[in-house]
Ligand binder design. Structure first.
Ligand code: GLV
Ligand code: MG
Length: 380
């Protein structure tokens, strides 16, 4: 029979071995809500790629500096035309834009062509060598398993070292094949991986499903529900797929029926983006891809509580912290239970509000309980 001293020792040994509880984003060095995809080459038919292609593409590349999304990536993969000549220009324009443009506080990334393609080597080596020091992340397409992802992470580190860049960009890994989905946890566990990003379109292509503009969030709910859980189990983020119905501005003459129909379609698309983003946020996604600059506000706002909501969450956390100091761990707010777990779930609102400037650290401190203490007490 164990003595009391033995039990004490066993518990000491157990506790010394425990790792920190995992939660979403614990091991991710940045936050982002909207991830804007920007084609790295686009030209109207018949142009000269070096002149017209450059001018037309550059307008798109500059969206990374004017669109208020937290994060963007230049896309050398599926949004760049699949011709060696155009892919080479895409690579070159991507590197130039990364070098020359000022992205402010945005998270900067690019998506090389997938690891099985003939373009992958030049994409990875040329862009990283020229501009790897400007990147926070690479978006990695169409990998099938964790060993491929780990191999790409090693290559990225080696190329960065060769080029004399000290930073180590993270990997935003698309989960867009059945095998990758089944391996999602091992992929999330690769240290350089920041997110599992749902690639709904390639996924549907490979399983023979469909992505329908109006109903895809519900149609694919089972998959979408799992990714944030799997990512969080490794301290990483999940990022949701695009809402592909775009809020295009009307082109028909004002006052015509065609104009009204276009204006209505635009409003519907904005509403759909907001609805999809809100659903993603509720499921635990940290952000969502987007394609059109006008999708930024409806999408990012899903992760940004109103000031009233954020203040209420902060007040609740402060009340809970005070009550805990004076002897009570579970309170009622109105008719709702407010214990540490309930308040901890709401704490994401406070963090979102702090990140988005809706609340300031000074306001949190003004509660009389230091922010660090609140975080320790009720934060995830
Ligand atoms: C994104 O890459 C997708 O396939 O949906
Ligand atoms: Mg894809």
């Amino acid at each position: 029979m164990l003595t009391r001293q033995d039990i004490h020792q066993e518990i000491q040994d157990l506790q010394a071995k425990l790792s920190a509880p995992q939660r979403r984003g614990r091991l991710v060095p940045y936050r982002r809500r909207g991830v804007l995809a920007i084609p790295a080459f686009k030209m109207r038919p018949g142009g000269d790629p070096a002149v017209d292609g450059r001018a037309q593409t550059w307008k798109l590349l500059e969206r990374a500096t004017t669109t208020p999304s937290d994060c963007f990536f230049y896309d050398l993969e599926d949004a760049a035309p699949d011709q060696p000549e155009f892919k080479a220009f895409a690579r070159q324009f991507c590197a130039e834009a990364l070098r020359q443009l000022d992205f402010g506080r945005r998270i900067a990334a690019f998506r090389p062509n997938d690891v099985r393609s003939a373009y992958f080597e030049a994409d990875l080596v040329d862009v990283l060598t020229a501009a790897g020091d400007r990147l926070h992340a690479l978006v990695i397409a169409k990998t099938e398993d964790a060993s491929e992802v780990a191999a790409i992470a090693r290559l990225v580190a080696q190329i960065q070292r060769h080029a004399g860049h000290d930073n180590r960009p993270m990997l935003e890994v698309l989960i867009e094949s059945p095998r990758a989905f089944v391996q999602a946890q091992q992929i999330a566990a690769v240290p350089s991986v920041a997110s599992l990003t749902f690639g709904a379109w390639d996924f549907a292509r490979l399983v023979g499903g469909e992505v329908r503009a109006q109903t895809w969030t519900a149609d694919l709910l089972a998959l979408r529900q799992l990714l944030p859980v799997i990512a969080a189990s490794e301290g990483k983020d999940a990022i949701d797929a695009v809402t592909a119905q775009l809020p295009i501005r009307p082109t028909a003459a004002p006052g015509t029926a065609a104009h009204d129909a276009q204006a209505q379609a635009r409003l519907d698309a904005l509403e759909l983006a907001a609805r999809d983003a809100n659903n993603a946020k509720i499921l635990g996604f940290a952000g969502k891809w987007l394609l059109h600059p006008d999708q930024v506000a409806p999408i990012q706002d899903a992760w940004l509580p109103s000031r009233e909501r954020a203040q209420a969450a902060l007040a609740l956390a402060v009340a809970y912290a005070r009550a805990a100091q004076t002897g009570s761990g579970a309170e009622l707010t109105g008719v709702q239970l407010a214990d540490r777990a309930v308040i901890g779930a709401d704490w994401w609102l406070v963090e979102g509000a702090l990140a988005g400037g809706v609340l300031t650290e000074a306001e949190c401190e003004a509660s009389g309980i230091p922010l660090a203490a609140l975080r320790a007490m009720v934060g995830a």
